[in-house]
Structures are given as C-alpha cells and as structure tokens.
Design a protein around this ligand. Structure first.
Ligand SMILES: CC(C)(COP(=O)(O)OP(=O)(O)OC[C@H]1O[C@@H](n2cnc3c(N)ncnc32)[C@H](O)[C@@H]1OP(=O)(O)O)[C@@H](O)C(=O)NCCC(=O)NCCS
Length: 261
C-alpha cells in the first residue's frame, strides 16, 4: 500500500504545494496564509499565552485580546479553552457569540471570503468549522451542539434560529473524482462540488445527521437523528432515514411555527 507523503497530505488538506518550503513557511501557510507577518506574530503570541489558560482569568484575557486577531468581531464574544483559530483575518464573529472549549475555526483559503458567524451563535465543544477555499455563513441565534463538523470548499449557509444536534456533519464541496481516468484519491484536493449547501431558517437538525454537498434543506424543517440527506428537502417538512426521505409535512402547522426574520 502506498503511504501518503508530506506533499500529498498537504494537498489533501487544501494547502498550496509547499512541500519544499521550510517548516516555518508550512506552519505559516497552515495557520495564517496571506496574513501579514507582523499580525501573524501578534496572533501567535496571544494564542501561546492565553488559549490554554483556565478559569475566569482565561475567559477574561481571551475576551479582551482575541478581538485583535479577527477581521471583524462583535461585543462580548466568549472563547473557551484551547480553541484553535486559523486564518482569523478571514473570520467575522457577531455579538455575544460563544465558542466552547476545543473548537477549531479554520477559514483556510486564498481567494475566499471565509467564515461569518452571526450574533448570539453558540458553538459547542469540539466542533470544527473549516473552509478549504470556500465560504461558511452562520445566521444569528444558531445553536450548534458539540462534536459537529462543517466543511466548505464551496458555499455553505445556515439560516438563523436553526439548532444542530451533536455529531452532525455538513458538507459543501469535498468531492473526489471517481471516474476511470481520475487521479488517485489522495492525489486530488477534494474540491469537487455539485453546488452550494443552504440550510434554511429555523430548522432542527437531529443528532448525527449528515448533510451532503448541494443537498439543501428548506426553512422550518426537521431532519431526524442519523439521517443522511443527499438531495434537497422541501421547506416545512420532517425528513429522515438513509437516504433521507420526507416523513411528514409541516405545512399545516405553518402559522404556529412561522418565525419572522
Ligand atoms: C424526527 C423526530 C423529530 C420524530 O418526529 P415525530 O413527528 O415524533 O415522528 P414519529 O416518531 O411519529 O415518527 C414518524 C415516522 O418517522 C420515523 N422516524 C422517526 N425518527 C426517525 C429517524 N431518526 N430516522 C428514521 N426514521 C425515523 C418513524 O419510525 C416513523 O415511521 P413510521 O410512520 O413508518 O412508523 C425524531 O425521531 C428525531 O429524530 N428527533 C431528533 C432528536 C435529536 O437528535 N435531538 C438532538 C438534540 S438537538
């Protein structure tokens, strides 16, 4: 079996080919990309001293100092311990957002907008939000439970007021060519996509749901626990199973559930 060398593994992670670069250059590309060196050093120092600091003191220092790293950040954003932030100059965070312990927020890319997180968003511990030259926009008042992973090499939008259960996996892009003349999978960069992923306003995504590239979900939907959604789900429905099928329509409940934007 062919083992993956450094060059291949860097390509798989969506990093420019820097296989002959120094360890410093590789690290800089992975964490900061095209961020000016002076600003990257400031980020390094802040993360080094405060990312692992426990207790209220850690929360205090992170709230005061982390805003220096981001493109735009609102008021009173809370960062838990050991949150990994990569490419913060491509990340916007809204007021009162909470990012719990051990999350990874990585807006990797060269010509992407990056990550935008709205007001009062909660991101549960161990959750990974990751772009590979794509975009990820999370609307206001979204709640994401622990251990979720969202990966975008295209465009992913999560509508406001949506709740996402633990261990959910959302994907925009991330496809590989499996045709007869395709390169070996580990030699591809996984950027193939069928289209953007949009999760509508006011949805409830059950625990462990997987929502695949371009399989959008309309507003006010429930996705059952453990579903694999591989094609669009119409608004106001409950869908579940593998692959997900509409189980019920919520049209008749519409006035009671309707949320104004
Ligand atoms: C979908 C859900 C909301 C149930 O909705 P409900 O309106 O009470 O539906 P019912 O339990 O009456 O089930 C309706 C049908 O859907 C099926 N169904 C329910 N949950 C399902 C699931 N997770 N996967 C596949 N099918 C499911 C039922 O078997 C039933 O099928 P049947 O009519 O052939 O018997 C619930 O099962 C669910 O998955 N909740 C998510 C809980 C969760 O993940 N919480 C995390 C905290 S954010």
């Amino acid at each position: 079996m062919k083992t993956m060398d450094t060059e291949q593994s860097l390509k798989v992670k969506g990093v420019a080919d820097v296989s002959h670069a120094s360890a410093f250059r590789k690290y800089r590309d992975l964490y900061y990309g095209d961020m000016p060196i002076g600003r990257a050093i400031v980020c390094e120092l802040i993360m080094f001293f405060f990312s692992g600091m426990g207790g209220a003191l850690g929360l205090f220092f992170r709230r005061k100092l982390y805003p220096l790293m981001f493109r735009r950040i609102g008021r009173k954003v809370v960062f838990g311990r050991n949150v990994v932030i990569r490419h913060p100059h491509r990340i916007n965070l809204g007021d009162y957002t909470i990012i719990d312990d051990n999350c990874v927020i990585d807006a990797k890319g060269t010509n992407n907008f990056g990550i935008e997180i709205g007001e009062r968003v909660y991101i549960g511990r161990n959750t990974i939000l990751y772009t590979k030259n794509g975009n990820l926009r999370i609307g206001k008042d979204v709640s994401i439970s622990s251990n979720c992973q969202f990966v975008s090499s295209n465009d992913m939008t999560i509508g406001p007021y949506t709740v996402i259960g633990a261990y959910s996996y959302l994907l925009s892009g991330g496809g590989y060519d499996y045709g007869p003349n395709a390169k070996r999978f580990s030699e591809q960069n996984g950027f193939i996509t069928r289209g953007p992923l949009v999760i509508g306003e006011n949805c409830w995504i059950g625990a462990g749901a997987i929502i695949l590239d371009a399989a959008s979900v309309g507003e006010h939907c429930v996705i059952a626990a453990g579903a694999v959604v591989n094609k669009p789900v119409p608004a106001h429905s409950i869908a579940g199973g593998i692959p997900a099928r509409v189980i019920k329509s919520l049209e008749e409940d519409l006035p009671a559930h309707k949320v104004s934007s």
